[in-house]
Design a protein around this ligand. Structure first.
Ligand SMILES: [Cu+2]
Length: 486
């Protein structure tokens, strides 16, 4: 009796668990695909399905940055392409459609596919055609997909990549928010910020010298109104990819520590990570909790890419400051170090950049070297800025035309930084100026007097006392702006 019961149980279990029916007998469902930065909802099914994925290739003009047009080649009309979410063990029927207005053939290599070329040869599709192949999602994880049509590098460089997440049979714990962010490097004939239509530069691409390094296909795709959002107390999961084609990303969120990172999109998490490497053609899943409010900046910590090539995104977190976690600035008072120590340690330091005993009349040479040391890398030596990225200070209406408010605004901009939309001389900017710290009242007076009396600007000189008053006013006002990278 006992024996036969256990035999029956075993038989019943075998029947219940028998997974390997032909794919045709699996329940059929259509995958929900999402545009960046959105992620399809978690799959709640507990058994395999046959999942239909339809992805359309669209070649179209978009913006690489403000006023910079570029012909992108896309999966679904965006860079990165549509986010695909399936479940480990699913059978995926994959359709690639190449729109009839496109000029080129394309295909797709999904790194989630086991089989030659990841689907590339099977999906080679001429304009005005569609192709199909089917694969089984054997391995869970986060995978890049990309075009693999010759010249492969060019197809990828033009934006043909995205992420497919094969959700493990035991899913990751639920979080409050999931987002989709993919870095990519772009190669234009003109330098960063050069306006108008920009052609692809094969030379730059081969030299691995991108003019743009961006998240989600354009500088500013995740800033201002398009910033990612969150609330204090929530948990966040970012599905990060790197389309390349060339650069490896040092992905970091300024002001956050990743509680968990599934490095390279794999199955086992590392804990308490500051910066994670995302290889070209690779991914990472990062998770963190939002503990206090403010703007958190997503960067490639190869930091010139962030401040000079566009790899800067934002997550705006609301819900109040948690003073136990982060106090904000508690104190700023004068400090006078021993001059002889400073000059002994740093004999080559340019004299004018060193904080001197306050002089009554700020001088232009000192102002210039302070400007060169603190502002010129963004606003440029001649104060003309960089179109689309850094607004001009030269003949800037912002600096000169806000009647009496401008003096306070200028000091606030320098001390607290500035972010959000701003119109300068009729052109809109939407960037991030990080706060400039470490300048005493006398130096700041010298610097701002210089800035407001150069390149066609005209304003009364700032005195040390005036700066002190303005600084007090700024520092007691509401907090703003992100902290600089650390
Ligand atoms: Cu292609």
């Amino acid at each position: 009796m006992k024996t036969s019961l256990s035999l029956m149980t075993t038989l019943a279990m075998m029947l219940a668990c028998a997974p390997a029916f032909a794919a045709a007998e699996l329940p059929l469902e259509k995958a929900t695909l999402t545009e960046p930065p959105n992620v399809p909802p978690p799959i709640t099914r507990t058994s395999a399905a046959k999942v239909l994925v339809e992805l359309e290739v669209i070649e179209k003009v978009g913006q690489l940055a403000d006023g910079v047009d570029y012909v992108f080649w896309t999966y679904g009309g965006t860079v990165p392409g549509r986010f695909i979410r399936v479940r480990e063990g699913d059978t995926v029927e994959f359709w690639l459609m190449n729109h009839q207005n496109n000029k080129l053939p394309h295909n797709i290599d999904l790194h989630a596919v086991t089989g030659p070329g990841g689907g590339a040869a099977s999906t080679f599709t001429a304009p005005g055609h569609k192709t199909r192949f089917t694969f089984k999602a054997l391995n869970p994880g986060l995978y890049i997909y990309h075009c693999a049509t010759a010249p492969v590098g060019m197809h990828i460089a033009n934006g043909m990549y995205g992420l497919i997440y094969v959700q493990p049979t035991t899913p990751l714990p639920k979080v409050d928010r999931e987002y989709y962010v993919v870095q990519g490097d772009f190669y234009t004939e003109g330098d960063f910020g050069a306006k108008g239509g920009q052609a692809f530069s094969m030379k730059r691409a081969i030299d691995e010298n991108p003019s743009y390094v961006v998240f989600n296909g354009s500088a500013g795709s995740l800033t201002g109104d398009r910033a990612l959002k969150g609330k204090v107390g929530e948990t966040v999961r970012l599905f990060i990819g790197n389309g390349g084609p060339n650069l490896v990303s040092s992905f970091h969120v300024i002001g956050e520590i990743f509680d968990k990172v599934f490095t390279e999109g794999g199955s086992r998490p590392q804990e308490n990570v500051q910066t994670t490497i995302v290889p070209a053609g690779g991914s990472a899943i990062v998770e963190y909790k939002l503990d206090t409010d403010g703007t958190y900046i997503l960067v490639d910590h190869s930091i010139f890419r962030t401040f000079n090539k566009g790899s800067l995104g934002m997550m705006k977190v609301e819900g109040g400051q948690n003073k136990d976690v982060y106090s904000g600035k508690e104190l700023d008072e004068s400090y006078l170090g021993d001059e002889s120590v400073a000059s002994a340690v740093l004999p080559n330091r340019p004299a004018a950049a060193v904080a001197k005993a306050p002089t009554a009349k700020p001088d232009a040479a000192a102002g210039k070297s302070l400007y060169m040391a603190n502002c010129s890398m963004c606003h440029q030596q001649n104060g003309e800025g960089i179109p689309g990225a850094f607004p001009p200070l030269a003949a800037s209406d912002f600096l000169n035309n806000i009647a009496n408010k401008n003096r306070l605004d200028l000091v606030a901009t320098v001390l607290k930084g500035r972010t959000g939309k701003i119109t300068v001389n009729g052109k809109e900017y939407n960037g991030v100026m990080t706060p400039v710290s470490g300048l005493g009242d006398a130096d700041l007076a010298t610097l701002l007097t210089y800035v407001s009396n150069q390149w066609g600007n005209k304003a009364p000189a700032f005195s040390k006392d005036e700066i002190k008053k303005l600084r007090d006013a700024v520092m007691t006002a509401a907090p703003a702006a992100p902290s600089p990278p650390h």
